[in-house]
Design a protein around this ligand. Structure first.
Ligand SMILES: *Cc1c(COP(=O)(O)O)cnc(C)c1O
Length: 399
């Protein structure tokens, strides 16, 4: 494969002198500030169990998302599990398949059955009409995903959930700092879940949070994340350990301090990608609704092989040969992963079509405009010479 790649490197060959460009490079913020917070936690000798830094982070998340309660956790996957458990959901959970494996895993891990639903072909988020078809007496909840920071169809899903008496949650791992209809994501449905994993726009090494206006739910979450110990110090539920440590909270606060700067850099990066690739046939950089606030954490390239003549995976390999490492958000989609695949496989037309077209490109404060121009020149050339490259490929890499 290595040799084939070299043969195919029509753009100058593997560029060993260049810095690799990755998706999800960490947004640390002011390192000195982080270390000072860490020193403070060590001096204070309070390292976990709802310490002052985790509590401060919860307060700031609640303020930013405009909710009454934010419950910080060790990661978003655990937060999803907690919220499903704490809400007493049983049976099936309707969710998109075009998401990270953590979404169905969280439901499965607490004994619920993920039911994969097709998405809107344009937004990539749940299609409410398809959701409605899947609602049965076994449905316990709907779990929407704000894919790439763009809100799921919140109003339609809220109506469906109310009409059928099921819970509604959102996996908001992509959508910290985003709005829908001018309202902050975090306050929709019964609860929403954020991720502060190292690759996310605000990061705490590992971390997550549930946001909700429901005080009773928040209290159950606080107990469940701490072994089921309630406010009277009595163990009243089968809890787990899903607390956020003070080290993670120190990182989360510092990354959050830098969030507006990160957002601006990402917005400018996204705009440059859009303009550099504007008008390239068969290539589109997914736009964001200018009326909403977006974190611009993801630069999503949609490729159309019918136009470029070039398979998405070949474009990806070409970029990798030039030290640019796009990610597939998400391919294969969850319903086709070995763990969830059925026989015969479920067919989700729009999910599968989108999944085959998407490449997420590198962004973040450490990606320069020059980097982006380089990435775009590779994409442009590849798209223009798509058929030629496909033909060369067939020769270099016999099927
Ligand atoms: C990152 C991510 C998660 C998992 O978050 P962790 O904090 O790593 O557990 C869940 N869902 C989506 C859509 C994600 O992107």
């Amino acid at each position: 494969m290595k040799r084939a790649l070299t043969d195919l490197a029509v753009f100058g060959g593997p560029a060993a002198f260049l810095r690799p460009l990755l998706v999800g490079m960490p947004t640390v913020g002011d390192r000195a500030r982080f270390l000072a917070r860490l020193e403070w936690a060590l001096d204070n000798e309070w390292l976990t169990n709802g310490g002052p830094l985790a509590t401060e982070l919860e307060g700031r998340i609640a303020d930013i998302t405009g909710v009454r309660h934010a419950v910080a956790t060790c990661n978003a996957t655990a937060a999803l599990q907690l919220v499903l458990r704490a809400s007493g959901v049983t049976g099936q959970v309707i969710m998109p398949s075009l998401t990270f494996a953590a979404t169905p895993h969280a439901a499965s891990w607490v004994g619920l059955e993920p039911v994969f639903c097709d998405v809107d072909p344009v937004t990539g988020c749940l299609d409410p009409a398809r959701v409605e078809e899947l609602i049965t007496p076994a449905t316990g909840a709907i779990l929407g995903v704000h894919l790439w920071g763009r809100a799921a169809p919140v109003a339609e899903l809220e109506m469906l959930a109310a009409e059928h008496g099921v819970k509604l949650f959102f996996d908001a791992a992509h959508a910290f700092g985003c709005t829908f209809g001018g309202r902050s994501i975090g306050g929709f449905g019964d609860a929403e879940v954020f991720s502060f994993h190292a690759t996310k726009t605000v990061m705490a090494f590992e971390g997550g949070a549930v946001t909700t206006d429901d005080g009773e739910l928040a209290e159950r979450l606080v107990a469940l994340r701490n072994f089921g110990i309630d406010r009277n110090k009595s163990v009243t539920a089968v809890g787990m350990n899903a607390k956020m440590s003070e080290a993670s909270a120190a990182m989360g606060l510092t990354s959050l301090d830098a969030f507006e700067e990160t957002r601006e850099r990402n917005r400018d990066n996204h705009a440059l990608y859009r303009s550099e690739l504007h008008g390239v046939p068969g290539i589109e950089v997914l736009p964001f609704d200018e009326r909403e606030r977006n974190n611009h954490q993801y630069v999503i390239l949609l490729t159309d092989r019918a136009v470029t003549g070039l398979h998405r995976d070949r474009l990806r390999t070409l970029l990798q040969a030039e030290k640019v490492f796009p990610r597939l958000y998400f391919s294969p989609p969850c319903h086709l992963m070995p763990v969830y695949r059925t026989d015969p496989p479920l067919r989700l037309e729009h999910t599968e079509r989108l999944s085959e077209r998407v490449l997420a490109l590198p962004t973040g404060p450490s990606v320069s405009f020059e980097d982006i121009r380089r990435v775009c020149s590779i994409v442009r050339l590849a798209a223009e010479r798509g058929e030629q490259i496909d033909a060369m490929w067939a020769q270099a890499v016999p099927a």
